[in-house]
Design a protein around this ligand. Sequence first.
Ligand code: FCB
Length: 466
Amino acid sequence: MPNPFPREFKWGVATASYQIEGSSASDGRGTSIWDTFSHTSGKTVNGDTGDVACDHYRRYAADVALMRELAIQSYRFSISWPRIFPNGDEKLEPRGFDFYDRLVDELLEAGISPMATLYHWDLPQALQDRGGWANRETAYAFASYAEKVAARLGDRVEQWVTLNEPWCVAWLGYMSGVHAPGIKNLDQALAAAHHTALAHGLATRAIRSASSTANVGLALNMTNYRVDDPGNADLSTLADLMDAHVNRWWLDAFTIGAYPRALTDFYGPKLQAHIEPGDEDILRVGTDFLGINYYSDSFLGVPAADAKPMQDGGLFPFPQAASSPIPEPKTAMGWPITASGIRDLLLRVSRDWPSVEAIAITENGAAFDDVPSEDGRILDHQRANYLTSHIAAVGEAVELGAPVVSYHAWSFLDNFEWAEGYSKRFGLVYVDYESQNRTPKLSAEVYRSLILAHASDSEAVQQPVG
Ligand code: FCB
């Protein structure tokens, strides 16, 4: 089969600061909302916290060396805001900044392109104390932080992601409360949804002004909503609302400066209350690339007869939506494995948002219950199959014209999986949390072979014939 991936395509892995760094009280780091949340009883499985995590803050050099052995070409990591600005204000902690300097230098030395995410959920607690993402000021504080980081690292980092999965930030953080800061309030969730979109607009401009070579995007969690009875009008309406909520909100914001009509109608003045004159221009910032985090499709069934609306008449979390049986096979998260969905999604984004000229797969991966065998190997065939089938589906989309430029497997290491603590393993590399030993799993070997095969194939394609 000809290799559909262009020569300059980059194969990478992704992580996030709070999930791997540990050293949560070292070198002047401030407290983040995830420190507070994970230290609150009952919020995470087994009361797990990111205090130590993968100890990457101290082991980063060995981790980069391991990435290099695995033939990784691009590393998407995130910067911990409170490590650099412990109180979320202008007062800088130079030791925090130095860490990211060293990390970036180590990556470049190893021939790996850095892709830096500025916000992967670890908001300085000091900003949450003033309302967090429900407070409009946080969007401005974020832009100021983004500008300073881009000014410092922009000579070496070109790929920037502003926010990771703002849907999760707003709706899991401020409405369902399963993520930090653990708030359950529709007004705050709507405010946060708007303020994260504003933050992307403001920060994109700030990064571009600080670094002329910057390539700036946003990482969205996206899915395809599949309905089990397409003829059912209620179900179609529900699917459209879900799609608007999860897929279209931030994409429409940065492409057209407005939110989907289905939602502005649905929320009416409740949403409008947070929008100020001129916001449309801030939102409509365009993008250099769109980051897509894809894990699985979503299945909607006929609304359950006893489904009740949420408090305040809010729609999230759409209790009806869970009623469709989730098809097998599933991952350890209970998420269905739907490889062709990533192809369909990429084609849909290319069709519906033609102004998006480049797409980076910023996350794709699966949790399974890995058990080391007697000889210490981790034969995670299911994860290896998950990766190869999804990469093949990305290749199909590329062949059909989707402008995909990179792929990042989630995750490089097993790590702190938010509310699930350490109970869910997503890594290509197994982490023994007692010893902090790293062992590449079978999936890492498979991914490495695939990267090398694509690299040599695309070289062959470049060679003149005869
Ligand atoms: C995404 C998050 C990432 C990780 C994966 C499994 O929603 O961005 O940090 O937790 O899910």
